[in-house]
Ligand binder design. Structure first.
Ligand code: ZN
Length: 420
């Protein structure tokens, strides 16, 4: 597994996405890659007399990794998020109607609901036992959310598809009467445990179609979870490529829960990053001047200009797939980037030999956001929001360019190695 994660190139990226149906799998895979590269895992519940060197710590669906020798030049921080919008299994999921066994789901984040229809779906996540947690995944087509036939919804192409998340997204997974306790049994078996050992679960659906390179000349990547596993992969590559005694210290943060606002014990608004940085610095007195010298890059997907809807984009800030990393600006700080941050990342792109683009949202449409402004508010560190241009953001199946993730990883590498 670690060898795949370390595989530089598009094949490594596609393998990484397919291997990670949930944030927990992203963290497990990143941890394996870091360990294989000589990083040491730290335990949050112990005192860290010395956190220098190449290390990482995991907290559920979040991970922070670093290379540290001295605080003299501060930290260069890359942040990304491990979660993607999807459908998540309810606590008492076994349900059904009219002869179908079904599973109850809740919508997680800003899902394009229609994108989950008529797909072959697996289920993955983690189970909690009395002795900890264990990951599981079922990569067989056990679930499907069937769309209503057009003969029973004659106006759907004229009036659009309206989906009620409570009633229209419940996947089928068998025939017969609902069977309370069936889902926990299936999950326990997938986790290699007995039914009585599984106390609870975090479980979510994933599309089983493998990620692929597409387009006539292989210009595109078609895959799930491009937002934001492309950034997680690029950030991890950049950190793995950074020198062991990096100055400034190189830090990679992979946060869960961005798609629902980042307010959790391990999200970007949590104290996770600042407490880890303080432990790396050795004291609060050492931390504060280090933070004042630091720079953060919040890595997340950017909107490419859609060829079928160019009018939805700011006409003087069109973003092209294949034209390099996108720096995101927003006057109302939905993105954290200011002139200083933009200049710093533009310089990193130039150093890496890749072009970059600058995005601005239309003023007459509400703008999305990401972990950048939250991390900036939490740490006081100058932050730039940047990422890979993509289409179909928040669909179960998204697309981006083939070259852009590689260029982004190169630019992130240059960002980490640039002196503050
Ligand atoms: Zn995102």
């Amino acid at each position: 597994m670690a060898e795949d994660a370390l595989n530089w190139g598009v094949e490594g990226l596609l393998a990484s996405i397919d291997a990670c149906p949930t944030p927990f799998h992203v963290v497990e895979r990143a941890a394996a890659a870091l360990t294989a590269a000589g990083f040491t895992q730290m335990d949050e519940v112990t005192v860290w007399p010395d956190a220098s060197g190449s290390r990482f710590v995991c907290r559920d669906g979040s991970l922070i990794a670093w290379r540290h020798r001295t605080c003299e030049e501060g930290f260069r921080i890359i942040g990304a998020h491990t979660d993607s919008p999807n459908l998540r299994i309810t606590p008492q999921p076994d349900t059904g109607q009219v002869g179908f066994r079904q599973l109850g789901v809740e919508v997680y984040g800003g899902v394009l609901l229609n994108s989950w229809l008529d797909r072959d779906l697996g289920v993955a996540g983690r189970v909690a036992t009395s002795s900890g947690t264990r990951l599981f995944r079922i990569d067989e087509a056990v679930l499907r959310v069937p769309q209503l036939a057009i003969h029973l919804d004659r106006e759907v192409n004229q009036k659009g598809l309206l989906l009620n998340p409570q009633t229209h997204l419940t996947p089928v997974w068998g025939l017969g009467l609902r069977s309370p306790g069936e889902f926990p049994d299936v999950v326990a078996e997938a986790a290699g445990l007995g039914s009585d050992e599984v106390l609870a679960w975090d479980a979510m659906l994933h599309d089983l179609t493998p990620s692929t390179v597409g387009g006539l000349d292989g210009e595109f990547i078609f895959a799930p979870r491009i937002d934001n596993q492309v950034s997680c992969w690029a950030g991890l590559q950049a950190l793995l490529d950074s020198p062991a005694g990096a100055v400034p210290s190189a830090v990679l943060c992979l946060f869960d829960h961005e798609e629902v606002g980042s307010v959790s014990a391990q999200g970007a608004t949590s104290p996770l990053l600042t407490t880890v940085l303080e432990r790396i610095a050795g004291s609060r007195d050492a931390l504060h001047p280090a933070l004042a010298r630091s720079l953060c890059l919040s890595a997340d997907g950017a909107h490419a200009t859609h060829p079928n809807y160019p009018e939805r984009h700011e006409p003087d800030h069109h973003i092209a797939i294949g034209a390099g990393p996108v720096i995101k600006r927003n006057a109302n700080l939905r993105y954290a980037t200011d002139a200083v941050g933009e200049a710093a990342f533009a310089a990193a792109c130039e150093k890496a030999g890749v072009s970059h683009q600058v995005y601005a949202h239309r003023s007459d449409m509400p703008c999305g956001s990401t972990i950048g402004p939250l991390a900036a508010a939490n740490t006081g560190v100058t932050t730039v929001d940047a990422g890979v241009a993509q289409l179909s953001m928040h669909s179960a199946r998204e697309m981006c360019g083939t070259q852009d993730p590689l260029d982004f990883a190169q630019a992130l590498g240059a960002f980490l190695s640039a002196a503050t």
